[in-house]
Ligand binder design. Structure first.
Ligand SMILES: Cc1cc2nc3c(=O)[nH]c(=O)nc-3n(C[C@H](O)[C@H](O)[C@H](O)COP(=O)(O)OP(=O)(O)OC[C@H]3O[C@@H](n4cnc5c(N)ncnc54)[C@H](O)[C@@H]3O)c2cc1C
Length: 405
């Protein structure tokens, strides 16, 4: 094997790791570069964590599902609530997808657990050359391959050669910027406040995943496995809110008490504030350089589609790179990757997460009533509920992508 027969993957997030495992398990060597190191790899801020059925099938393919299931919560149901009325609007049950997937539920299992388990598999795979504490700086490409320029743990400049370079670097992708690819879209003026609380909200009728509409302060409420078990509550902020003021303990407590008046202080485990973007790269591929995951698209977390669709990119791309490296096809197939996954990013992930936000934040009482009636009708009719769940779980996006030549 020549060094140039391998794939250089930048970023050991969920996307870079899933791609590396799928490639290596099919016999394709990988050099996986990650800036974080053993001491801080697991100290990343709370992020995604709802894994949809189609994603679970993919995680199973690389041996991750069985490692993650015991660390997560199986959640067949999700709820829409009307905060103003204090009422459950609709309950959706993934059991309607019994004939569509082997996993008719989501697994609530945080990104950090996924990267921890995937990293453990990557460390021991003989075809993965894992370089932690190594920063990717720039690259160049020619007719035969790519050269990635790195800064190693000692601060020395290094370079690695490969056949293709995949950017799994996340939203700030250097590869995307170096290729001058526009990240088209917008950033919402309001940011999201995430508070993690050790409190069992099920005693108030909530299920493991809840989307709560309110014209003044919509929210999301999700359950994560501990110890201690935690619930993540999302609230919108105003554009001029100051982070330090928003996250003062007494301010967090007051906000939680307005959401659910218990009269007793909540045990707050964690909190952070983050900006929310809707952006899709104009191109996902230039020659031998390819974007995947957040480096190619970012979206609002309402609906849990960011990490899921990134993992779907990884597996779509893995299959194409495997076929190329085995000499079964030429690399024109990478243009199909771009057509398929860009379509999904725009027409499914972005469109659906924007609809989700509008639904939760709707101000007009008549429109809210109409929306809620429609959700109720949909959840109560098995055929309509299945169609809704195929869309919300991204199965429909994968089926449509398969139709794209
Ligand atoms: C605060 C926050 C909250 C979120 N909440 C949700 C949610 O609730 N639901 C949801 O679906 N999505 C959510 N997301 C999005 C979700 O986390 C991402 O879609 C997902 O993590 C993307 O995976 P990725 O592997 O593409 O990139 P990342 O997870 O960002 O991983 C990129 C990796 O690349 C490494 N890296 C970056 N640059 C370099 C470099 N130059 N050299 C070497 N290594 C590098 C980074 O250290 C990192 O390990 C959230 C994101 C943020 C920021």
């Amino acid at each position: 094997m020549k060094p140039s027969d391998r794939i250089v993957v930048v970023g050991a997030g969920p996307v870079g790791l899933c791609l590396s495992l799928a490639l290596a398990q099919a016999g394709v060597p990988v050099c996986l570069i990650e800036a974080l190191h053993d001491d801080n790899f697991l100290e990343q801020v709370p992020r995604a964590g709802t894994n949809h059925p189609a994603t679970l099938e993919m995680l199973d393919r690389v041996g991750l599902y069985q490692r993650l299931e015991p660390r997560g919560i199986i959640a067949p149901l999700f709820h829409y609530w009307d905060r103003r009325e204090g009422k459950l609007i609709a309950e959706f049950d993934h059991a309607h997808l019994g004939n569509d997937t082997r996993f008719p539920y989501v697994l609530q299992c945080e990104r950090i657990k996924i990267v921890e388990e995937a990293l453990a598999l990557a460390r021991v795979h003989p075809l993965i050359d894992l370089r932690l504490a190594t920063t990717f700086e720039r690259f160049e490409q020619d007719a035969d391959g790519v050269t990635a320029h790195l800064r190693d743990p000692a601060g020395e400049a290094q370079s690695v050669r490969g056949a293709y370079l995949v950017s799994g670097e996340g939203a700030r992708s250097i590869v995307r910027k170096d290729l001058d690819i526009e990240f088209e879209g917008f950033t919402y003026p309001d940011r999201t406040l995430n508070i993690e609380v050790a409190y069992d909200f099920r005693r108030h009728g909530y299920t493991e995943r809840n989307y709560i509409s309110d014209p003044d302060e919509w929210s999301n409420l999700f359950h994560w496995k501990g110890p201690p078990d935690r619930w993540r509550v999302h609230f919108p902020t105003r554009p001029d809110d100051d982070d330090a003021a928003l996250t003062r303990p007494e301010v967090l407590q007051a906000r939680l008490q307005r959401f659910l008046p218990t009269g007793k202080a909540f045990e707050i485990v964690n909190c952070n504030v983050y900006a929310v973007h809707q952006r899709v790269a104009r191109k996902f591929r230039v020659g031998r350089a390819i974007l995947a995951g957040d480096s190619a698209h970012v979206n609002s977390p309402i609906g849990a589609m960011g990490m899921n669709s990134g993992i779907h990119d990884a597996f779509n791309l893995a299959d194409k790179l495997i076929a190329i490296m085995r000499g079964e096809t030429d690399d024109g197939v990478l243009d199909r990757y771009e057509r398929q996954r860009r379509h999904v990013a725009l027409e499914h992930t972005q469109a659906q997460t924007m609809r989700n936000k509008r639904l939760l934040a709707e101000q007009d009482p008549a429109v809210r009533r109409r929306n809620h009636d429609e959700l109720r009708r949909t959840a109560e009719d098995p055929a309509l509920a299945r169609t809704f769940l195929l869309r919300s779980s991204l199965i429909e996006s994968l089926r449509q992508a398969e139709q794209i030549a």
